[in-house]
Design a protein around this ligand. Structure first.
Ligand SMILES: Cc1cc2nc3c(=O)[nH]c(=O)nc-3n(C[C@H](O)[C@H](O)[C@H](O)COP(=O)(O)OP(=O)(O)OC[C@H]3O[C@@H](n4cnc5c(N)ncnc54)[C@H](O)[C@@H]3O)c2cc1C
Length: 221
């Protein structure tokens, strides 16, 4: 990861920093430069902490940048991000990244905050006829679920690993994919989340017949 001096940054004022679920936040600040849905920014509060990357979770046409992040209590930056108040300063790099090429009828598979780039793609009108499979431990961590239910209907699938049986699929994303009757090997697949989730999901898709070059991934940590 590049240093702050190599990356370059500007100082932005926080517009809002809202708790949307326990330990999960949406941080907003003004957009100063255009970006392409799927890109990331480096954020920071001081040069003493190395830059951390965050996917942009807003539409390309929005005037504000939204960042969805979860606080790691053992982390260096996120406990500090969670304290930010409107008007506070934040270090923001230019947008960059190549997880931006979306083919028609994509299948998005995300764990936790890995949903962020897909929200940006959907809200930017760049993901026609999409299916989204999202994994989270509890119902409150299905971020943007109202928007996704309205936009994707039955093509929005929530895999809840610690829920009691009910209206959501109970289990992890990988459990869902193993038994998914409608898996279409001709569609393009886009994965976003931890290394473990991405590797496991990719291997599973390949074992079910999806060509390796139809699988694209963004790894968070
Ligand atoms: C391309 C890219 C895009 C990213 N986009 C986002 C995003 O949109 N939202 C977001 O919340 N994070 C995102 N991340 C992760 C983010 O950069 C930080 O790693 C994360 O916020 C933790 O930072 P920290 O300084 O608090 O913790 P650190 O001090 O860096 O790490 C503390 C520990 O937590 C682990 N860890 C880090 N993130 C997570 C996590 N989300 N869940 C479980 N364990 C974790 C680390 O491996 C480490 O062991 C992205 C990472 C990459 C590489």
């Amino acid at each position: 990861m590049k240093s702050w001096n190599e990356l370059g940054y500007e100082i932005q004022r926080v517009i809002s920093n809202t708790v949307i679920a326990p330990g999960s936040y949406i941080l907003k600040f003004k957009k100063n430069q255009p970006f392409t849905a799927g890109q990331v920014l480096a954020l920071g509060v001081s040069k003493d902490i190395e830059p951390r990357l965050y996917s942009i979770a807003s539409a390309e046409s929005d005037e504000l940048i939204s960042i969805l992040y979860s606080e790691r209590t053992d982390g260096k930056l996120t406990p500090m991000l969670s304290l930010l108040k409107p008007g506070d300063n934040i270090m923001v790099s230019q947008p960059f990244g190549t997880f931006t090429q979306v083919k028609p009828s994509p299948v998005f598979i995300a764990a936790g905050t890995g949903i962020a780039p897909f929200i940006s793609m959907l809200q930017s009108g760049k993901a026609r006829n999409a299916t989204l499979i999202h994994g989270a431990p509890y119902p409150e961590y299905f971020y943007f679920s109202e928007y996704l239910m309205n936009t994707l209907g039955e093509h929005y699938i929530r895999c809840c690993s610690r829920c009691a049986p009910g209206c959501l699929f109970v289990g992890r994303v990988t459990h869902f994919i193993k038994q998914w009757d409608s898996l279409d090997i001709n569609k393009p697949y886009y994965l976003c989340g931890s290394t473990e989730m991405v590797v496991e999901t990719r291997d599973l898709l390949i074992s079910r017949g999806v060509p390796v070059n139809s699988i694209n991934a963004e790894i968070y940590f």
